[in-house]
Design a protein around this ligand. Structure first.
Ligand SMILES: Cc1cc2nc3c(=O)[nH]c(=O)nc-3n(C[C@H](O)[C@H](O)[C@H](O)COP(=O)(O)O)c2cc1C
Length: 362
């Protein structure tokens, strides 16, 4: 494990480098990798840099607050930990450490179906964390129903149904060095012979899922449904029509279909199409407070943070994950101050423009 006291960890990129030194090749390939040529994965990060901020001055930014409203609840800021499978590959405490970091920073934690901590175990370990549950709908609908019932019973506050993985993307780093783990959330129901790879688990996902299933999930249980993995206005409108309360504009961190749109490009047309009928969350490649500000300016209510939280977890457990979230929050506060928008509500699309340096960067 890396020793944080020996290193200067002042940006998310510092955590990424420290984690890359500490992780074994299987775990690093699984966490860091994307689909095929990883064009979308890289573009997720550079797409935020293609937007320039149009700052305003002399608006009085002494009092600032990053608070937002999400699913009708006030939240202290717009950060959410994205659902990510197999977290114990990064640290023995896995999801529990990330939930502790989330609770300490007022961040929502999304537990993945393929989490290495069970739905009730996370709730018992971190009752104070606001928890959402990410659902992969398995062909075995009995297992799926049980997971949803557990999430409801254990105080999870939203059901994030991931729809961009009817089949798993071609992740070449994983093909070369497959990691293995025991996702506890589904372990008891499936009882496989031994630890499985993410690709083996992904084969359990039902590729026949359609919008009618989303409507059924929205009607059959009490949690608000958030559909994760939307990239077009057409699908965003369908999500609203089928009972979703929100969507995550996401390409799964570039891990599914390579060369699809990054969130920074997909977001504005979707926000325009859905208006107030849906709450829009963005993810993918958010590494700086300025990236968060740009997503909010384009109309997202909140953002999910993926890999950087795993880097923090790997480097220093719960403290490392908290360090990552705190850096992003400090950077967001700075960005709001220097852009002249003391709250997210003050942001609108006039705060961003296509950057003049587009086409001049590699
Ligand atoms: C290691 C890893 C595992 C992931 N597992 C899941 C998952 O089980 N379910 C899901 O909906 N998304 C999963 N994702 C996608 C994230 O929720 C999120 O969309 C993406 O990581 C955001 O991009 P970023 O990592 O660039 O911040 C995973 C991402 C990573 C990096």
């Amino acid at each position: 494990m890396a020793e944080p006291q020996d290193r200067q960890l002042i940006s998310l990129a510092d955590y990424e480098r420290a984690a890359a030194r500490a992780l074994d090749p299987e775990a690093l390939g699984y966490f860091a990798g994307g689909a095929a040529d990883e064009i979308t994965m890289r573009d997720n990060e550079s797409s935020w840099a293609r937007l320039a901020i149009r700052p305003r001055v002399l608006v009085g930014v002494e009092e600032r607050h990053p608070g937002v409203t999400l699913l009708g609840q006030p939240r202290p800021h717009p950060l959410i930990v994205a659902p990510m499978a197999f977290q114990r590959l990064a640290h023995p405490e896995g999801e529990i450490a990330i939930a502790r970091a989330a609770a300490a920073t007022g961040t929502i934690m999304t537990l993945a179906t393929l989490g290495t901590t069970s739905v009730p175990a996370l709730a018992q370990a971190q009752p104070d964390a606001t928890r959402w549950f990410q659902l992969y709908v398995f062909s075995d609908r009995g297992v799926t129903r049980e997971l949803v019932a557990e999430a409801v019973e254990n105080g999870y506050e939203a059901l994030v149904i991931t729809v961009d993985l009817p089949v798993v993307g071609r992740r070449e780093r994983e093909l070369r060095a497959p990691p293995r783990a025991q996702p506890h959330a589904v372990w008891s129901a499936l009882a496989p012979d031994g630890p499985m790879t993410p690709m083996e688990f992904a084969r359990l996902v039902d590729p026949s899922l359609t919008w009618d299933d989303i409507a059924q999930f929205a009607a059959a249980q009490p949690l608000p449904v958030i559909v994760k993995g939307i990239l077009t206005a057409e699908d965003a409108i369908r999500a609203a029509q089928h009972g979703a309360r929100g969507i995550v504009v996401s390409n799964h961190g570039g891990r599914q279909l390579d060369t699809v749109l990054p969130g920074a490009e997909a977001l504005a047309p979707i926000v325009d199409a859905v208006g107030d009928s849906l709450e829009v969350i963005a993810d993918g490649g958010i590494r700086r407070g300025t990236d968060v500000l740009k997503a909010l300016a384009l109309g997202a209510r909140a953002v999910m943070i993926g890999r950087p939280v795993l880097w923090g977890l790997c480097v220093d457990g719960a403290d490392g994950a908290r360090g990552v979230l705190e850096i992003l929050l400090q950077e967001l506060d700075l960005a709001l101050a220097l852009a002249g928008a003391p709250t997210p509500a003050a942001l609108d699309r006039s705060f961003v423009a296509r950057a003049p340096w587009v086409g001049q960067q590699a």
